[in-house]
Design a protein around this ligand. Structure first.
Ligand code: ADE
Length: 231
């Protein structure tokens, strides 16, 4: 998350909540009487949504496209590019639903739509589970519109994002060593991650994340319930 400001709000989500957004998007697709032949899920954030949407809509054909835009958790390049193109015949002549987790600038899904349309697809429509007001692109189907910009921590990359967030607060805070309580304190202070909200969304995960940070040598143990950033 290196190109984000020091302070930004985070919202931690869970599987049930996100599954509900997949259902909402699928209901909108049904109501619009759009019957795609194939779902194109943008890698990797759109994979869960793509799979669930296929289930809700009764579709077999699920393929993927990786847009390179966010390098690491949130480093942006200017124009998203297609990293892993689609095999010949994936979308030609087919009606396509392109799906992603979130539209932030909207660049990825806009570029994905152009790419699919250049491949002579039939009708191409777009969906995101969440839409931020910063997006310059308005998908056809949206699970939820978010009023306030926030970094959304999705359940499929909970550990990855929490490692980035915790390493970030450890770098920024004055202390050298941190216990679980002080990690929670700084997550709340810098990122508005409320302790109770985190425990409701992702119960008992902090110890697991800290152990994984140790395993990946991001932090090192300095005694019981004490960690410091690795040298
Ligand atoms: N990817 C791009 N923008 C994001 C955000 N605000 N939250 C989570 N993932 C993102």
């Amino acid at each position: 998350m290196s190109d984000l400001p020091d302070d930004f709000n985070c919202t931690i989500t869970n599987w049930e909540y996100i599954y509900g957004l997949c259902r909402t998007v699928s209901d909108q697709v049904k109501r619009a009487e759009f019957e795609p032949d194939v779902v194109v899920a943008l890698a990797r954030g759109g994979w869960f949504a793509g799979r669930c949407t296929c289930d809700f809509l009764g579709l077999d054909d699920l393929t993927s496209l990786k847009m390179e835009h966010y390098v690491g958790a949130a480093e942006k390049s200017d124009e998203p590019t297609v990293r892993y193109p689609m095999p010949e015949g994936s979308v030609e002549g087919k009606d396509v639903l392109i799906i992603d987790d979130i539209a932030d600038t909207g660049g990825s899904i806009r570029r994905a739509q152009e790419y699919v349309e250049e491949r002579n697809a039939g009708e191409v429509r777009t969906a995101t589970l969440q839409l931020l007001r910063t997006s310059e692109f308005d998908p056809d189907f949206v699970g939820e519109r978010l009023e306030e910009w926030a970094w959304i921590v999705y359940p499929w990359n909970f550990i990855e994002d929490m490692i980035d967030l915790i390493a970030g607060v450890m770098e920024r805070a004055d202390e050298e060593t941190f216990d679980r309580e002080s990690v929670r304190h700084y997550l709340a202070e810098y990122h508005s991650v409320d302790r109770i909200e985190m425990e409701i969304a992702q119960p008992d995960r902090l110890t697991e994340v800290l152990a994984e940070m140790e395993r990946r040598e991001v932090i090192e143990s300095r005694g019981p319930d004490q960690w410091a950033l690795a040298e």
